[in-house]
Design a binder for this molecule. Structure first.
Ligand code: SF4
Length: 235
């Protein structure tokens, strides 16, 4: 794929560390890492450039304990504080009062509605505070992500810059980095989980299976994005 990002003013070597440094040098404090607490590769990279780099996260209210523990481990190791964003009370109360706690299992539309209220809207709010953001998505994670550039214009969030420093990394590279630097990580990875979201919508996958098969396993592959990384996706 075309890895020329000179339109963004980037002319570095395209390595993850270089992209992280470029992003922070050009956008801090109007840049943040959106972290979902699976591994902490990008947390480690941004913290090595700036100890005051911003980490934002969405607490959907249904995250696994292991995810909160990973967040706590990050805060302790790097002496930082995560900027948590939460769903707004009124739409969430309306959803659970009218449709119950498991409406997302009933249809793709209901699942997208839940993801919008619990994940997308809080992240949208978080991203109004930045001009650029780092995401840990990787091309091998799914067909949806296979065309991701390392620097993109995020049309879903007002055209801000989206930087995907490890877009071309394999899962083995991620694990190697975690081991080499003895990083905190989500302990669900030790139990066969490969892509971790809300507890009720995530399960372990067979060894070698695509990571995203453990998310919303009752849906077809084509629907398996929450909307955060999908361009032109209307809920
Ligand atoms: S992953 Fe499941 S519980 Fe979490 S926001 Fe989406 S549908 Fe709701």
């Amino acid at each position: 794929m075309n890895e020329d990002y000179t339109d963004f003013g980037y002319s570095g070597d395209g390595t993850a560390e270089d992209l992280v440094r470029w992003g922070l040098d050009n956008f801090h404090p109007r840049i943040a890492l959106a972290c979902s607490f699976q591994t902490t590769v990008l947390v480690d990279m941004v913290m090595k450039v700036r100890k005051d780099a911003r980490i934002i996260a969405v607490d959907t209210g249904r995250l696994p304990e292991e995810t909160y523990e990973c967040a706590r481990d990050i805060e302790r190791r790097y002496a930082t504080q995560i900027e948590w964003y939460h769903p707004q009370a009124a739409p969430l109360e309306d959803l659970t009062r009218t449709k119950g706690q498991f409406s997302f299992r009933e249809s793709v539309e209901n699942r997208r509605e839940c993801c919008f209220i619990r994940k997308i809207e809080p992240l949208n709010r978080a991203l109004t505070t930045v001009d650029a953001w780092f995401s840990g998505i990787r091309r091998e994670q799914s067909a949806h992500r296979s065309g991701s550039g390392k620097i993109e214009r995020d049309s879903g969030h007002g055209g801000i810059v989206k930087i995907n420093p490890i877009a071309d990394w394999t899962w083995d590279q991620v694990l190697e980095y975690v081991k080499k630097h003895k990083l905190p990580y989500n302990r669900l990875l030790d139990k066969g989980y490969a892509s971790i979201g809300c507890a009720c919508c995530t399960r372990p996958v067979e060894e070698g299976a695509p990571a995203r098969t453990g998310r919303w396993w009752w849906e077809d592959e084509e629907h398996k994005e929450c909307g955060i990384h999908v361009r032109n996706w209307n809920i």
